[in-house]
Design a protein around this ligand. Structure first.
Ligand code: NAD
Length: 284
């Protein structure tokens, strides 16, 4: 079997066209969706992510506002800025680029963002919404995975899903979203004993561990769907996911490449959440 390679760039482009149309409609009513991006410190990877997000905003007509703070900024300064942004009518989404410097209490920063503008979906209110199936802002990376599955017409209901990775930003919300869609979900993590005994059961395997070559062909059922969320930079500079892509693509039915799979979808769903927030704030 040779897998269909899921083209996240193409799916993203299609969704971004729809988003741009929604932005045009909002602008015709005098509303320009606005996203505030807060960055603390000068982590080069974060700088690239922030630049990409702001460029993507511009491409669909969302206005973005960048707030940069030095690595030694007082946390209160950032909290005060968020409080101001919470009140502004021209800002519909606020995101704080993670990681933050160690002297910041991340939870406190995330809880300061108004739940109505929490387009990353990390506020406890939105996390709770996800748990009870009443989502306001789905976290962008797992939301992107769901959109990829839907776009490919891959059925989720009743499927065995194994999620490898249990972080708050990817693994846990991913599991909740797929459970909400009536999959039977198993979550594995770094302390899971004999990972392969779980992954082999997956009809849909989502891997978000940050470990190159963690998933090998013998760990996966023939015909399974494999979504590789991992992004790892090898010593030779190559970007790879968490799976043996070359080996798996001869065995599974669908697989996402890295780069060009889940990555572009994450930014796209951030745009989608920001536009949804502007639509909601404007009453439709
Ligand atoms: P994290 O470090 O917060 O969490 C990793 C999770 O994987 C943990 O639950 C850990 O227990 C588990 N894990 C680690 N080693 C494991 C092993 N050997 N076996 C089983 N589980 C193991 O990371 P994260 O923020 O969730 O990100 C995970 C990966 O996804 C990273 O490579 C990250 O760069 C990537 N990522 C990609 C996107 C995207 O847009 N494509 C977005 C976010 C994260």
């Amino acid at each position: 079997m040779t897998a269909k390679i899921i083209d996240g760039v193409a799916v993203s482009a299609k969704i971004r066209t729809d988003i741009a149309t929604r932005v045009t409609k909002l602008r015709e009513r005098g509303i320009t969706p606005g996203l505030a991006v807060i960055m603390v410190g000068d982590n080069p990877a974060s700088a690239v992510y922030v630049r990409n997000k702001m460029r993507a905003c511009a491409e669909v007509g969302i206005q973005s506002f960048k707030y940069s703070f030095p690595a030694d900024a007082a946390p209160q300064q950032v909290l005060d800025t968020i409080a101001e942004l919470n009140k502004r009518d021209d800002i519909h989404g606020i995101l704080v680029q993670l990681p933050l410097p160690p002297h910041f209490a991340i939870a406190q920063v995330l809880q300061t963002i108004s739940a109505d503008k929490d387009v990353d979906g990390f506020h406890l209110y939105n996390v709770g919404g996800l748990v009870v199936g009443d989502t306001v802002f789905p976290p962008c990376t797992p939301y992107g995975v769901v959109k990829l599955l839907e776009h490919e017409g891959i059925e989720i209901e009743g499927k065995n899903v194994v999620v490898v990775g249990a972080s708050n930003i990817v693994g846990k919300p991913m599991a909740l979203m797929l459970m909400q869609r009536d999959a039977t979900v198993c979550i594995c993590h770094a302390k899971t004993r004999d990972l392969a005994q779980f992954t082999i059961l997956a009809d849909i395997l989502v891997v978000a561990a940050g470990k190159p070559n963690l998933i090998l062909p013998q760990m996966v059922r023939t015909g399974a769907v494999v979504i590789d969320v991992g992004i790892n930079r090898l010593p030779n500079g190559r970007l790879v996911g968490d799976t043996d892509f070359e080996g798996l693509k001869e065995k599974v039915s669908y697989i996402t490449p890295v780069p060009g799979g889940v990555g572009p979808m994450t930014v796209t769903m951030l745009l989608a959440n920001t536009v949804a927030s502007a639509e909601r704030a404007s009453g439709g």
